[in-house]
Design a protein around this ligand. Structure first.
Ligand code: SF4
Ligand code: SF4
Length: 431
């Protein structure tokens, strides 16, 4: 980190020695996993910089925005509509949930058999190491899975500014009506927080900014259709993760620049891995920063990841919000339409997700799928079995992985992934 941010972190109430230990561990795994990769696009230097300053410069920017009267809103889920936040001149940031921290303390509040993602959110808060959660003027929780829903009742006692959004569980007319009512209630809450009335012009601008960000990341993801893949799955995942933190306009510019470089690489057939490397699609639970364990295992086992059917990936970023309407009500309808298509496993039944996985296999020419489920995540673990059956019936090799954020099962996972990659080589890849 180029500057000393200690006084900023101290003012935010962080525990400096615990925070130093976190940054050291994060820096080491970034060097070992990211900087050790070969043939990376030069444009990834931007993301290296963002990651080196993820608790530094980016937090300073947020604090400067707050000093200028703008608000920061933290979120744990892709159902929180960034368009509404942006249209009130506020900034939406993802909250740290990708690593174990202060797990013992978190387990004083949550049962042990809670998924790592939820435990991590509590651990970062209780361990006082997340400058994003401490900078947020509002923290939005959502009633998605039971684990999150109940944990927000507990989190409510730990933070002063929790807002809970109710979400439907069925893709019915009633479900859509609930989503619309909740988005209108959220709009009001954001207006109250910021003191800004969201009119049609503001909403259109918010939609435009977020759509541009989605178009850029979607462009990057689409360039992975070719063989050899011009960017590693690890680097594409990083871009997907930074999507939740960075200034959206700068992110859009930087990703489009990387895409220009990737297009040149494709023309020259320059890949990160040789042609005919087995191509894997990851599907399942979201992978928040710095959860890079499984992708690292896959890409050091002779395969390349070509897509993520995940909220930190295509499930979260596909589908634009239509911006052609001219009234607030019509634009809000467009926002509801866009988000109601998100096929999270909390919905029942949820056939769209399986259709999307199959579509992605075809689009990205995947040779096999690795279904990633976090231990104790009932929605995704339950869906993983019918997903596996349906894919195997179509002769698409599928490996189901249940894991957590610890490193204890790395050896065992590597053995399983290597065997899966060998199987794919025998079955699918031309020799
Ligand atoms: S998996 Fe579901 S609950 Fe989790 S971020 Fe995605 S939409 Fe939200
Ligand atoms: S990973 Fe599963 S259990 Fe954990 S928060 Fe997401 S949906 Fe809930």
């Amino acid at each position: 980190m180029s500057e000393n941010y200690n006084s900023m972190w101290e003012n935010l109430g962080l525990d400096l020695s615990a925070h130093d230990a976190l940054l050291e561990a994060l820096g080491k795994s970034y060097r070992d996993i990211y900087l050790a990769q070969k043939h990376r696009p030069q444009g990834m230097g931007y993301f290296d910089f963002v990651m080196s300053e993820v608790h530094g410069l980016r937090i300073k920017e947020l604090i400067d925005e707050k000093a200028a009267g703008r608000k920061v809103i933290g979120s744990f889920c892709v159902f929180v509509p960034e368009e509404i936040v942006r249209s009130a001149g506020a900034t939406l940031v993802g909250l740290c949930t990708g690593a174990d921290f202060a797990t013992d303390e978190a387990e004083n509040f949550l049962p042990r058999n809670t998924c790592s993602l939820i435990k991590s959110a509590f651990g970062f808060k209780l361990g006082k190491v997340c400058p994003y959660i401490e900078s947020a003027d509002m923290i939005v929780g959502e009633n998605t899975c039971d684990g999150k829903k109940k944990s927000y009742e507990v989190l409510n006692d730990l933070v002063p500014n929790l807002y809970v959004m109710d979400l439907p569980q069925m893709k019915s007319d009633e479900g859509r009506a609930l989503l619309k009512a909740e988005y209108l209630r959220f709009k009001e809450a954001v207006e109250k927080l910021t003191g800004i009335t969201i009119d049609a012009a503001r909403l259109k601008k918010g939609i435009e900014i977020v759509n541009n960000k989605r178009k850029a990341i979607y462009r990057l993801l689409s360039l992975r259709k070719v063989d050899p893949a011009p960017i590693s799955g690890l680097d594409a995942l990083l871009a997907n993760q930074v999507f939740f933190y960075d200034d959206p306009t700068r992110f859009t510019l930087s990703v489009n620049k990387i895409c220009d470089e990737l297009e040149q690489r494709i023309e020259k057939k320059q890949g990160v891995f040789p042609e005919n490397t087995p191509r894997i699609l990851i599907s399942g639970c979201p992978m928040a920063v710095p959860n890079w364990k499984l992708p690292w295992i896959i890409e050091t086992s002779g395969a390349v990841i070509v897509g993520e059917e995940s909220c930190v990936g295509e499930r979260g970023t596909r589908n634009l919000t239509h911006d052609s309407a001219s009234t607030v009500d019509e634009l809000m309808e467009a926002i509801v339409d866009r988000y109601f298509k998100v096929d999270c496993a909390i919905f029942t039944p949820n056939p769209d997700r399986l259709n999307h996985i199959e579509e992605m296999v075809e689009t990205y020419k995947a040779d096999g799928i690795i279904h990633y489920g976090l231990q104790f995540c009932q929605p995704y673990l339950m869906e993983s079995m019918p997903v596996e059956k349906a894919l195997e019936a179509k002769n698409i090799p599928t490996l189901r992985i249940d894991t957590d954020y610890s490193t204890e099962d790395m050896g065992q996972l590597k053995t399983r992934v290597e065997a899966f990659v060998e199987l794919i080589k025998l079955k699918h890849v031309p020799t």
